[in-house]
Design a protein around this ligand. Structure first.
Ligand code: FMN
Length: 321
């Protein structure tokens, strides 16, 4: 996730078992073959066999529209050590869409197919090429055509974020639409959107028929979510709530990695961003967020994560969502 999940975050999240693979933030492809440093910046794991330190594969995501340039960059990524490529047809950002990228291609399924075919044709068959779509740009009428286009182009799996571009990130995610798509495809379909809890997973699974899901914000909100889902998939185990100590530890390790490369104030805002996602479903995180929301000093912030907290508490915003 652009601006949110970088290599440090991938390292921390995949420390806990549960993930099969991860995806980088998108590499924006316009009209040139990008230099190696751009790929290495987005995916430092290229220098480590494209796996996180705990051995989970990292696939590199490309976002672009011109098939030839996408193909050239796909080849470049693979020469640098990419072991899987994902194509982004879901980004709703206005600037990206204005420049003909992300979800804007969903307006014409033929363009989705051409982009996927160009990339799949440019790299070895050993490199899985996957696509990530939404249900459409302004409406859902072409959802199935876009999904079929990705499959026809040679995608080995399809991730479907169950909203249109115009729906942004507004709940609800229309998981039943993923089911309609899945029934017509032969490649694996992976459900995405608004999976924050095990209960959400169950519902998404029963409505979509997809066993596998892709986690976005939910993985940050609950760092044990992938493990929780995997535990249930494997043995119907119900994992208890993620302890505050685990959450605080992950935030501290994140700060320790980021403070070497970013100004302390920026690290504080990134920590607040993460804690803000955690607080919706965790009372202790809600308390800490409330107590630390005005804090700007990194060391004070980190201390505030571990010190006993006595501030007034607001109930988590979406306790039972
Ligand atoms: C800040 C932000 C950045 C994102 N960046 C990307 C990205 O680079 N590539 C991508 O495929 N999806 C990106 N997404 C979309 C998520 O991967 C996901 O599809 C969406 O948030 C819905 O899933 P969720 O409810 O589990 O978060 C981003 C989402 C957010 C909120």
């Amino acid at each position: 996730m652009e601006g949110v999940i970088d290599a440090h975050t991938r390292t921390l999240l995949t420390d806990t078992p549960g993930f099969d693979w991860t995806v980088t933030e998108f590499v924006r492809v316009t009209d040139t073959r990008l230099p190696a440093r751009v790929f290495r910046r987005h995916c430092p794991e290229l220098g480590a066999a494209s796996v996180t330190p705990s051995g989970i594969p990292v696939h590199l995501q490309l976002l672009g529209s011109d098939p030839k340039t996408l193909a050239a960059n796909a080849r470049q990524a693979c020469e640098l050590g990419a072991i899987g490529l994902d194509l982004n047809f879901g980004c709703p950002a206005k600037t990206v869409n204005r420049h003909d990228g992300g979800a804007s291609l969903l307006r014409d399924p033929r363009r989705v197919e051409a982009a996927v075919a160009a990339v799949a044709g440019a790299v070895s068959h050993a490199i899985p090429v996957t696509a990530k779509i939404r249900l459409g740009f302004a409406h859902r009428r072409q959802a199935l055509d876009c999904a079929k286009a990705a499959q026809n182009g040679g995608a080995q799996a399809l991730v479907v974020h169950a909203r249109t571009r115009n729906e942004g990130y507004r709940p609800p995610a229309h998981w039943e639409w993923i089911g309609r798509i899945r029934r017509h495809l032969t490649i694996p379909v992976i459900a995405n959107g608004d999976i924050w809890t095990l209960e959400n997973y169950w519902k998404a699974r029963s409505l979509s028929g997809c066993k596998d899901v892709m986690l976005g914000r939910g993985a940050l909100a609950d760092p044990w979510l992938a493990r929780r889902i995997r535990g249930w998939q494997q043995a119907e185990t119900l994992l208890g709530p993620t302890p505050w100590t685990v959450r605080a530890d992950i935030l501290q390790r994140y700060a320790a990695a980021q403070r070497n490369i970013l100004p302390p104030r920026v690290v504080v805002s990134l920590l607040k961003q993460w804690l803000n996602l955690m607080r919706a479903r965790d009372t202790e995180a809600a308390k800490r967020f409330q107590a630390l929301r005005r804090c700007v000093d990194l060391d004070d912030f980190l201390e505030g994560l571990t010190m006993p907290c006595r501030s007034a508490v607001e109930a988590p915003a979406h306790e039972n969502a």
